[in-house]
Design a protein around this ligand. Structure first.
Ligand code: SF4
Length: 280
């Protein structure tokens, strides 16, 4: 049976799943002319020399990782039963938030039925609910929820991004996929520098941040600083601004249900990030 276009939950406009670029999805950074990376070398090529608008668009149509492209699109077609009446974005999730942020919030990768559905990072799943509520409590988001593009949510001096931009099966990208996606992250960090602080949600994001800043010429000690909740490490680069790395347990349900991560714990880390940003 042919797929039926479904209405966007906020605008009501009909979309197929995955959403083709340039068809009117709120905040879609790409259109049919946006260049598409089909492999790792094309990611390197397309990440180089672009401004933030162009980079965001190119990320949102990337097809460099065969396994992840197949998975994100399969999920977008099959859909979770509770979202069966919604279109799924089904494309990579670009960075979102301020274009000149003081704070970066770095995660692992979008969730299959969260960001991969809504098209906005950390939006549409329980992890994101926790994260946005906390960002709002510490003054880094104007609303305490983020449910869909065009819901009025806006970050304050903050940008969110993921180390890997496509939803991976079991939330586990391969090392090759991580490395293929890394030039997008490195270029995005370059374009928003100087940032004052990077909040790393989980050990994977912490490691990705260390690799990224080492690539950018920051002095990252060996052995590398260990990840932990509320871990804090300042990295410096010759002539560059220092950047503080803050670690937080990821607000996954595994952590929040078990009490490993509580709201006060998350607020403390994000509040520390806000305080560092204010010092700037
Ligand atoms: S994970 Fe990154 S490099 Fe791979 S397809 Fe998605 S956006 Fe492209």
């Amino acid at each position: 049976m042919p797929a039926v276009d479904l209405p966007h939950p906020v605008t009501g406009q009909l979309f197929s799943s995955p959403v083709p670029p340039g068809t009117g999805w709120p905040g879609d950074p790409a259109d049919v002319r946006t260049p598409v990376a089909h492999d790792a070398s094309e990611v390197v090529e397309l990440a180089d020399g672009r401004d933030l608008t162009e980079l965001t668009a190119a990320i949102s149509v990337c097809r460099a990782c065969d396994r992840l492209v197949a998975w994100r699109e399969q999920v977008a077609v099959a859909k979770r039963a509770s979202y069966a009446r919604e279109p799924y974005w089904g494309r990579p999730i670009a960075g979102w938030g301020a274009e000149d942020p003081a704070v970066l919030v770095l995660g692992l990768a979008p969730a299959a039925n969260g960001g991969n559905r809504t098209g906005r990072i950390f939006t549409g799943d329980r992890s994101g609910d926790w994260l946005f509520a906390s960002l709002h409590r510490v003054g880094l988001a104007v609303q305490d929820t983020s449910v869909h593009a065009r819901d009025g949510q806006r970050l304050v001096a903050t940008r969110m991004l993921a180390a890997v931009r496509c939803a991976p099966p079991d939330n586990k990208p391969t090392i090759g996929e991580r490395e293929t996606c890394a030039p997008w992250l490195v270029r995005e960090v370059v374009l928003v520098e100087p940032v004052r602080v990077v909040v790393c949600l989980g050990g994977y994001a912490w490691e990705a941040a260390l690799r990224t800043f080492r690539t950018l010429g920051y002095d990252v000690p060996r052995p590398k600083p260990a990840f932990g909740h509320a871990a804090e490490r300042t990295l410096v680069a010759g002539g560059g601004c220092p950047v503080a790395l803050l670690g937080s347990y990821h607000p996954s349900q595994q952590n929040t249900f078990t009490g490993r991560l509580t709201e006060p714990m998350l607020d403390a880390v994000l509040g520390r990030a806000a305080a560092i940003a204010m010092e700037g």
